[in-house]
Design a protein around this ligand. Structure first.
Ligand code: GTP
Ligand code: MG
Length: 210
């Protein structure tokens, strides 16, 4: 096809190389995993088989892309951090995104039966992917803190919620029990998720004071 009359169409392809000397983070996230997890009978709030499968897929990705320096996962998402001087695929956003997420997804299907030997895959799972550039070490660290805090708060809430429901409470009552009854700025010592812990003490609804 070299030098054909149609060669000019290549000029419509955009250069999507990412900035040099910046941290690159590719985060993948399960698409419609609320439905996927329900359909495949994942235990609540955390299914250890699913967590291990996600970790196995992340290992697969890291073995293929050796410039990833750290990865961090929770729930149906995983973040992969490329070193600042990574050169893989000329730092092209589309290459990094598509190769990483397709490798992760195919690994998820490939290893499924190893982690869910008694559960047939009902339909093909999908993950979305984005790549973000972080210019400084501080912002890079804050990114990981952001994902970790998200994991912490969600897990605290979900663990308390499902403990109450498994103890016989309705979903609605459990949600009301865990409701945060504080006005903006009136309880600075608490995060919404933290208050959920107090609610499991059977001491009645928790009302924070200053
Ligand atoms: N039961 C169960 N559910 C899980 C587990 N891990 C993740 N999930 C569910 O996966 C979903 C992840 O949240 P989201 O990514 O916001 O929801 P989503 O349905 O995937 O939506 P999109 O990402 O926007 O497509 C939540 O509904 C979680 O409850 C698990 O170990 N057990
Ligand atoms: Mg999701």
């Amino acid at each position: 096809m070299a030098n054909s009359a149609y060669e000019y169409v290549r000029n419509f392809e955009q250069n999507d190389s990412l900035l040099p000397a910046t941290w690159l983070v590719v985060r993948i996230d399960g698409q419609g995993f609320t439905k996927f997890t329900a359909k495949h009978g994942f235990t609540k709030p955390n299914d250890i088989r699913a967590l291990r499968l996600m970790n196995r897929c992340a290992k697969e990705v890291m073995e293929c892309m050796t410039e990833i320096v750290i990865s961090y996962g929770q729930s149906d998402e995983y973040s992969f951090v490329f070193s600042k001087d990574a050169k893989a695929y000329d730092r092209r956003a589309s290459k990094l995104n598509t190769l990483l997420v397709s490798r992760f997804t195919s690994a998820y299907v490939f290893y499924w039966s190893e982690f869910f030997p008694d559960t047939k895959l009902q339909f093909p799972p999908a993950f979305d992917s984005r790549v973000v550039q972080y210019p400084s070490d501080r912002i890079m660290r804050d990114y990981l803190c952001w994902r970790q805090v998200d994991c912490h708060i969600n897990n605290m809430y979900n663990t308390c919620f499902w403990t109450l429901v498994k103890g016989g409470m309705s979903n609605k009552d459990a949600m009301n029990r865990l409701e945060v009854r504080c006005q903006k700025g009136s309880c600075p010592r608490f995060w919404p998720g933290d208050i959920a812990i107090c609610a499991t003490t059977a001491a009645g609804p928790f009302v924070p004071s200053n």
